[in-house]
Design a protein around this ligand. Structure first.
Ligand code: PLP
Length: 367
């Protein structure tokens, strides 16, 4: 059996050690005689799995005690609706910083549901090659919160700072972050955020699960007229078990958290590895005449590295030969074309080394 290097943007690579452990425990979980997939979510065994996952995530991200962690479903896309439903009081407007496709989708959903969304800043004019600076962010006078996308997965554009959220009247509104593609890639100061959410399929585990971290005082803002399953307050009260949660995805996420803590050595160690990986790949791109990446250096994503070939007629050969070399899923998003290498936590440094060697070799032969 060979596991190739997988650069997929999502669902993405999982750590081999995690998959091996899941395989060992697949048919008979720790001598209980059944698979985790077959357990009641109310059983003592499963509740212990769920609680350990939460405790490990809390420890990894140093989540303060006045924040609740929810394990919910519906993808990050469902949170585009859940966030305004939970945080928009009467009269308030959702505010956004738009830096690419995912942020735009969040804006569209808030507009669709509530009739209004204020774009406080956007990098659209620059073609999303640099994020707006703090002085360019103009909150509306009735802003209820400010939503942003710290790492735009498709464009490969990342914030290099945390936006301040003070309105003109001095009120500081909650900062909301869609961290789907960069959570757990480096330490995070959770206390600076009101809500963090992340679809699991990039840096947490299998698709189907979404992790939400919400400051406790915001739970009271939830509207009464929203669907029960969207309500942060009700999810928190029920320990994320209003209905059957995504039990197996939650278990696998727990294995990933355990791997990050005990195999990798925590988020400082992960951060250093991710820095090395992305430095190597951008250096290869910048040092070549064939490959290029348009993003301002301080806003380059360390997780998603898009690049184009100087001659797009070489694209299909590049992809075919990469696949033959065991380098999978390098095709760029259908909306932008070119290539994209997603180098999430579970993509080892050796994968980046192999990719760089392939890119150099391809350029020498075909560039
Ligand atoms: C992948 C992604 C999404 C969409 O996630 P789904 O789980 O497919 O809804 C949203 N935002 C960001 C930043 C993403 O990377």
């Amino acid at each position: 059996m060979t596991r190739h290097y997988n650069f997929c943007a999502g669902p993405a690579a999982l750590p081999t050690a995690v998959l091996e452990r899941a395989r060992e425990e697949m048919l008979d979980y720790q001598g209980r005689g059944l698979s985790v997939m077959e357990m009641s979510h109310r059983s003592d065994e499963y509740v212990a799995i769920a609680e350990k996952a939460e405790a490990d995530l809390r420890e990894l991200l140093n989540v303060p005690s006045n924040y609740r962690i929810l394990f919910t479903q519906g993808g990050a896309t469902q949170q585009f609706a859940a966030v305004p439903w939970n945080l928009l009081g009467p009269g308030g407007t959702a505010n956004f910083i738009e830096t690419g496709i995912w942020g735009k989708k969040a804006i569209q959903e808030a507009r669709h549901l509530f009739g209004a969304a204020h774009v406080a800043a956007s990098s659209a004019e620059s073609g999303h090659v640099a994020v707006p600076r703090q002085q360019d962010i103009a909150l509306s006078s009735d802003a209820a919160y400010l939503h942003f996308t710290p790492n735009e997965t498709i464009g490969g554009l990342a914030f290099d700072y945390l936006p301040h959220t003070q309105r003109e009247d001095g009120i500081e509104v909650p900062l909301v972050a869609d961290l789907s593609s960069s959570i757990l890639s480096a330490p995070l100061d959770v206390s600076r955020y009101g809500v963090i959410y992340a679809g699991a399929q990039k840096n947490i585990g299998p698709a189907g699960l979404v992790v939400v971290i919400v400051r406790e005082d915001l739970l009271d803002r939830a509207r009464d007229d929203m669907p029960t399953l969207f309500s942060y307050r009700q999810l928190a009260e029920a320990g994320s078990m209003i209905n059957t949660p995504a039990t197996y995805s939650w278990y696998l996420a727990g294995l990933v958290f355990d791997w990050l803590k005990n195999d990798v050595g925590g988020l400082d160690a992960m951060d250093a590895i991710n820095q090395r990986k992305s430095d190597k790949l951008y250096a290869a791109i910048d040092g070549s005449a064939l490959y290029s990446n348009p993003i301002a250096p301080i806003n380059r994503s360390r997780m998603n590295v898009p690049f184009v070939l100087a001659d797009s007629r070489l694209d299909s050969d590049f992809l075919v030969e990469a696949e033959q070399a065991g380098l999978l899923n390098l095709k760029g998003h259908r909306s932008v074309g070119g290539m994209r290498a997603s180098i999430y936590n579970a993509v080892p440094e050796a994968a980046v080394d192999a990719l760089v060697a392939f890119m150099n070799d391809f350029e020498q032969r075909r560039g």
